[in-house]
Write a protein that binds this ligand. Structure first.
Ligand SMILES: Cc1cc2nc3c(=O)[nH]c(=O)nc-3n(C[C@H](O)[C@H](O)[C@H](O)COP(=O)(O)O)c2cc1C
Length: 195
């Protein structure tokens, strides 16, 4: 039962992502993070396969995370300039909490992997909403790191992949609204085909 429908609608209508590099700490408390992940896990899932999971990177693990990224970078580009290495340092140490969303599809199942990927995306979206509802701002990014085999293997089982790095903190500055799709471009009544 929704006892405050307008504030729930307002939450849904105002959620926005933050740029991970602009977030400031602190991230959610352990209890808040658990609540966010519980909400994120409450996601449509055809066949109840749970084709996704979350891996948290602790604040005290950021140096190890950076070492992984630097190793992946050097394997990708042995001559990576200092600026690129600095970018990995910065990424690994973005403030707030880090949740790695892992897509964990069940292959060769009657539920298509496509649908399992959609469920994973829905779990990510639910996590963004849960963070917003608890007074945080979250940012979901991928980039080359999500597609690096070295990084993938550090978070995933063989048939899994990284769906995103989701940082959760507070806005370091006012978050401006961004342009949203014109509803008339993305919503049309169905026209039945001439059969
Ligand atoms: C799967 C996925 C990957 C994304 N990866 C990146 C990324 O690597 N870099 C980036 O700037 N934005 C990325 N974005 C976009 C941002 O997370 C976000 O959608 C955008 O900043 C605006 O978000 P908002 O509409 O929630 O405010 C990604 C979004 C999704 C869904």
């Amino acid at each position: 039962m929704l006892n405050d429908r307008s504030s729930i609608l307002s939450l849904l209508e105002t959620r926005r992502s933050g740029k991970p590099r602009e977030l400031v700490g602190p991230g959610p408390t352990p209890g808040e993070l658990e609540r966010m992940l519980t909400i994120a896990a409450r996601t449509p899932d055809h066949g109840t396969l749970t084709p996704w999971r979350f891996v948290t990177v602790g604040d005290d693990q950021r140096n190890a995370f950076e070492a992984l990224l630097q190793q992946a970078l050097v394997e990708d580009d042995a001559d990576a300039p200092a600026a690129k290495r600095q970018k990995e340092h910065d990424f690994a140490h973005f403030q707030g909490s880090l949740v790695v969303l892992v897509s964990a599809p069940v292959e060769d199942h009657k539920i298509p992997v496509w649908e399992q990927g959609l469920s994973c995306g829905a779990a990510g979206m639910n996590l963004l909403l849960a963070a917003h509802a608890l007074g945080y701002i979250a940012g979901w990014v991928t980039g080359w790191r999500a597609y690096s085999e070295r990084v993938r293997a550090a978070f995933c089982e063989p048939d899994e992949r990284i769906a995103g790095f989701i940082f959760i903190g507070h806005a370091g500055r006012d978050v401006e609204e961004r342009e949203r799709p014109d509803l008339s471009q993305v919503w049309k009544p169905w026209q039945p085909p001439n059969l």
